[in-house]
Design a protein around this ligand. Structure first.
Ligand code: SAH
Length: 222
């Protein structure tokens, strides 16, 4: 079966499983997921499942990308922060929905691969940084929307602080690093007040604090 017909089937699946926002569905339809998976998994690019990428990480399941993007209620004027660039797939989906996307990844190798994909696909509204996304991106704050695609144990306070206090929304998985008890939380912030709501169970790789040691690289990220 061709990528195109698998993609049509995937979009129908996502709709049946609760992704009903037409902007989100068409963003997913527009982004070629095959450009973000490893060669060995090309034939599974449009299967509704997470797939392994470099550095022991994963590209998220399309259903989860759809549900989390929808939960963010993104408008086309919004400035969005993503923590956990990984393959870059979710960042590109966000780039179709928002004005500008800032994305942070702790693994330099993954970030370099993702940047090459953004360039090849001619996506010009994504800004990247290698570093620890647990601390957010203070120089670019506040953000209208924040999406975290790795699971911390608790909601990172710096990210709440960097969320716009005029209706800012953050969506993130929270729970144990092994992935057995995690769920997606949505935080809404108005003024100095914020409240969170539990959405659905998930299984993400852990949000790891700090940046990895890389041989022969003493450059500080931040
Ligand atoms: N959004 C990605 C999914 C990435 S998996 C995609 O669409 O492919 C989660 C990613 O979060 C991994 O690449 C991992 O390296 C990264 N990560 C984990 N902890 C981090 C941290 N503290 N700061 C930045 N990135 C982090």
């Amino acid at each position: 079966m061709s990528h195109d017909s698998r993609k049509i089937r995937l979009i129908m699946d996502l709709r049946n499983q609760g992704v009903i926002d037409t902007r989100v569905l068409s963003a997913i339809e527009t982004v070629p997921r095959e450009a973000f998976v490893e060669e060995a998994f090309l034939d599974q690019a449009y299967a509704n499942q997470a797939l392994p990428i470099n550095c022991g990480q994963t590209i998220s399941q399309p259903l989860i990308v759809g549900l989390m993007s929808q939960a963010l209620e993104i408008g086309d004027r919004h400035k969005v922060l993503e923590v956990g660039t990984g393959s870059g797939y979710q960042a590109v989906v966000l780039s179709k929905l928002a004005r500008r996307v800032y994305t942070i990844e702790r693994h330099r190798d993954l970030l370099a691969q993702a940047e090459a994909r953004f360039k090849k696909l001619q996506i010009h509204n994504i800004t990247t940084m290698a570093g620890d996304g647990y601390k957010g991106w203070p120089a670019q704050a506040p953000f209208d929307r924040i999406l975290v695609t790795a699971a911390p144990r608790v909601v990172p306070p710096d990210l709440v602080a960097q969320l716009s206090d005029q209706g800012g929304i953050m969506v993130l998985p929270v729970g144990d690093p092994a992935g057995l008890h995690q769920e997606v939380i949505r935080v809404r912030k108005d003024g100095k007040k914020y409240h969170s709501e539990r959405m659905f169970p998930v299984r993400f790789v852990p949000l790891v604090q700090g940046v990895p040691e890389e041989a022969g690289n003493t450059k500080k990220y931040r």
